[in-house]
Write a protein that binds this ligand. Sequence first.
Ligand code: NAP
Ligand code: MG
Length: 404
Amino acid sequence: MAKIQMKTPLVEMDGDEMTRILWKMIKDELLLPFIDLKTEYYDLGLEYRDQTNDQVTYDSAKAALKYGVAVKCATITPNAARVKEYNLKEMYKSPNGTIRAIMDGTVFRAPIIVKGIEPYVRTWKKPITIARHAYGDVYKATEMKIPGPGKVELVYTPKEGEEVRELVHEYDCAGVAQGMHNLLPSITSFARSCFNYALDTRQDLWFATKDTISKKYDHTFKDVFQELYDTEYKDKFEAAGIEYFYTLIDDAVARVVKSEGGYIWACKNYDGDVMSDMVATAFGSLAMMTSVLVTPDGKYEYEAAHGTVQRHYYKYLKGEETSTNSVATIFAWSGALRKRGQLDELPELINFADCLEAATIETIEEGYMTKDLALVSTLPEIHPLNSEEFIRAIAERLAKKLEK
Ligand code: NAP
Ligand code: MG
């Protein structure tokens, strides 16, 4: 069988630990036998990041902007223990943070749904995709402990013109205070990414804040979304048969729990942080969450939502058997290949991505899965596999699908 051809290379960002091992297995067993794979390779493994003083991370993000589609392996975000373990020159920033800052994108996270892994919420039938605004609010806040009586004010000193003051509180006792901010361009980019992604995936978009209480801050988010929708997206949404829907965050939470799923839920930074963990857990497994960073002008970086699975890697290094779930990483590849196929008009590549995902889901639904899933699956007959056996089981089914 002739290998499937590509036009534009994918930006490939390799990573760390167990996911780096899975990365190679996925390429060797699931991609290279079938595709004449074109990638521009960046090694974001911690050793090479250290050798290049993290330049490789910046370069990879710029390449993602240049080519438009990237696929990323999980990477270590160094902490004090990692600095020691890898003898690092410095405690580099999170690669995901760096890439997000350069690409100015929004992260969309969605669960992969398979029979036998049942969501804890029994009404959920389709994935719920969470879009988290990744700038500002409490994550860039300034805080103060107030030792005793006195007054706290917000002061705006414009470049030109009159100073503006607002009283935060007149304290007659000790307390705390916090000042946070956001920026119109960032909120607008967030809104644009959400509208585009909804059109791209043909799903409704929900957005919720606490605008009844936060009449200027949250209300601005609501207004930015509404204005952009009315001026640029309303017609496109109607043509695509999808809906934009704004509600209060409390109402959204209640509706989400009673819903079937199948929509995008756009969240402010803090709401997205909290709700994405809730949604991921309620869908059954962190190892089944995909993640894609989308820029307002339609550049994409695909990855798994989980980390480098360090505990499994140390077992692997000792020569012990591992059973690490590669599904989210496989879906990062299929997502990136499908997008490349769409942009370059390569139906065979799109078909390959569909077959790869279908083969993966079929493998699990036929009872062949890694241990993390075997523990929670409700299927009557389950065959737990090790990391490599699972990928081979997918490869067999994939080859059959592609022959057809
Ligand atoms: P983790 O790698 O997500 O793993 C936490 C635990 O979740 C694992 O020990 C494992 O549980 C389970 N798990 C996660 N993914 C799994 C998979 N694919 N298959 C089977 N089980 C899976 O999180 P972490 O241990 O907190 O972080 C490890 C490193 O990853 C850190 O250095 C962190 O900086 C990095 N990280 C990177 C990203 C990213 O690049 N996007 C995201 C998060 C964390 P059991 O041990 O019980 O089997
Ligand atoms: Mg969180």
